[in-house]
Design a protein around this ligand. Structure first.
Ligand code: NAD
Length: 509
């Protein structure tokens, strides 16, 4: 099928999938019951800014019902044999795979992310459930060598109902990333998707509900609440029955959630923002480095937490490297997200586009050069913005310090290794860092010196599920991936058993 035919087919299929959401607003799902609100929000289509669908507004009373449903279902799910939990998670993975095209089309339409990337959303989501299905039976921790009087053993128990709050960028993948380990650990969940992109969260809830029904398990094991962060999200973080919050979003929202959760001593697990450096030394494999720098800032519309939004380029290759960047940037195809040829789609929302555009003014104020992009194009009512490169920037400028979260790269030059490390670490964030050099010793030195939770050397963001994912400084608390995420949703418990012969201290004799 030609690319044009595929585009037409995508548009037609997406329209027919959207039909059900045009008939009725995207609802909450509480204890298996579909709960529609009278208060509705508009969800806008990023490619036109017309109303895509209506969304239930949720709010505190909806959260209260969902938290109670999750609390009621918790003992059943916690006490289920782990092999059964594993079976449920595998069934969810299979159901996700069965609805892969629907997930890809609706995710692309809802978020503006190019379909070429969203085609992998279901596969990656299913992989999360399959991976954590295997971990479900690994809760036991170990036994310490017995002393003369006692044997100690430690175990892990699920923490209780967990609130999952997700952002609008790649929402399906991120929701599965949180939900799979939480369910595998034996926790029940209440999920609140972002109000700008709620469709795939709804599909996930529907999939999980189908599996729970077939397995004869309580529907309250997984609940879905809709609405605004400052209403529904806040209520979730404050609810006493919710024992932990797994949050992905902006660092400022993370601070607000910490304050909101403080009165109930909420456990928090945060994946937050980044301003990730990619350091290109003059001994790097230039062609591979160029491909990786372009991919890591301009794929996924630059709306990716690990995007390499600051390019630190050694002075001796700075002009050549930035000139080659400009040449390639001019060829990037910006267009409708459902067109298979599109490399950058519209940004999520007009409000977000205004924020991204405002950094062009910041660049000019800071005497940086707008070497590519910097304009809204195509100008057809959608939130389109050409991939942008700021050169001759200083690391102190707002364009180098703040997370822009769009297809915008700030290029800064450095003289030597020490300066590269100083610039790389000179921001509030510490999520990821990328290093390009053919010098192995330098690669190790710089990797150790960077304040970031994840470092990739001569590589783009290649993920391996068992490895820890997360950030230092303002970029997060805790780690996703592997057993790191799994243990987040559990409390460790030590049990000491006496052999019964040792004397016990006596009082009141
Ligand atoms: P955001 O913080 O504005 O919103 C995220 C979620 O939090 C939404 O569901 C929102 O409704 C909710 N929320 C907002 N205010 C709240 C409050 N007071 N209480 C409870 N919930 C509240 O983030 P965003 O703009 O949707 O997403 C983009 C951000 O997410 C970027 O900063 C990006 O770096 C970050 N992110 C980080 C990772 C990571 O793994 N580190 C991954 C993806 C995205």
């Amino acid at each position: 099928m030609s690319s044009t035919d595929q585009f037409d087919r995508n548009l037609k299929d997406a329209e027919s999938l959207l039909e059900r959401f045009r008939q009725s607003a995207v609802p909450n799902i509480i204890g298996g019951e579909v709960v529609a609100d009278e208060n509705l929000l508009d969800v806008l289509d990023p490619s036109t800014n017309e109303v895509l669908c209506k969304l239930s507004r949720g709010g505190a009373s909806v959260v209260d019902r969902a938290a109670k449903a999750a609390m009621e279902a918790f003992p059943v799910w916690r006490d289920l044999p782990t092999a059964r939990r594993e079976k449920v998670l595998v069934a969810i993975a299979e159901a996700i795979e069965g609805r892969a095209r629907e997930i890809a089309l609706l995710e692309s339409k809802d978020t503006g992310q190019p379909i070429r990337y969203m085609e992998k959303a279901a596969e990656r989501g299913a992989a999360n459930f399959r991976y954590y299905a295997k971990m479900a039976s690994k809760a036991a921790d170990g036994v310490s060598s017995p002393t003369a009087t006692h044997v100690n053993y430690t175990t892990r128990v699920p923490i209780g109902p967990v609130g999952i709050i997700t952002p609008w960028n790649t929402p399906f993948m991120l929701s599965t990333w949180k939900m799979a380990p939480a369910l595998a650990a034996g926790c029940t969940v209440v999920h609140k998707p972002a109000e700008w992109s709620p469709l795939s969260g709804f599909l996930l809830a529907e999939i999980v509900q189908d599996v729970l029904r077939k397995e004869g398990l309580p529907a309250g094991i997984a609940n879905l609440v809709q609405g605004l962060g400052e209403e529904t999200g806040k209520a979730l973080t404050e609810h006493p029955d919710i024992k932990a919050i797994a949050f992905v979003g902006e660092s400022a929202t993370g601070s607000a959630i910490m304050a909101q959760g403080a009165p109930t001593l909420k456990r928090v697990h945060f994946e937050l923002g980044g301003k990730n450096p990619v350091i290109v030394f003059d001994d790097a494999d230039m062609d591979r480095a160029l491909d990786a720098v372009l991919f890591m800032i301009y794929s996924l519309n630059g709306q990716r937490c690990t995007s390499s939004s600051r390019a630190l380029i050694q002075a001796s290759i700075y002009d050549e490297f930035t000139a080659r960047l400009v040449e390639r940037i001019e060829r990037i195809k910006v267009g409708d997200p459902l067109d298979p040829a599109t490399e950058i789609g519209p940004l999520i929302h007009a409000e977000h586009l205004r924020k991204v555009v405002s950094y062009v003014g910041c660049a000019e104020e800071a005497n940086a050069t707008v070497a590519a992009g910097g304009r809204c194009e195509p100008d057809n009512g959608g939130n389109y913005f050409r991939p942008t490169l700021f050169t001759k920037a200083s690391n102190d400028a707002a364009i180098a310090q703040e997370e822009i979260f769009g297809p915008v790269l700030t290029a800064i030059s450095f003289a030597d290794e020490a300066e590269a490390v100083r610039l790389a670490n000179g921001v509030a964030y510490g999520l990821a860092g990328y290093i390009w050099t053919e010098n192995t010793g330098r690669a190790h030195r710089v990797a150790h010196a960077l304040d970031a939770g994840m470092i990739w050397v001569n590589s783009e963001n290649v993920r391996h599920l068992p490895m820890p994912f997360g950030g230092m400084k303002a970029s997060g608390i805790g780690r996703d991936g592997g057993e790191y995420a799994f243990k987040t949703y559990m409390e460790q418990k030590n049990i000491a058993i006496s052999f019964g012969k040792a004397g016990v201290p006596r009082i009141g004799v």
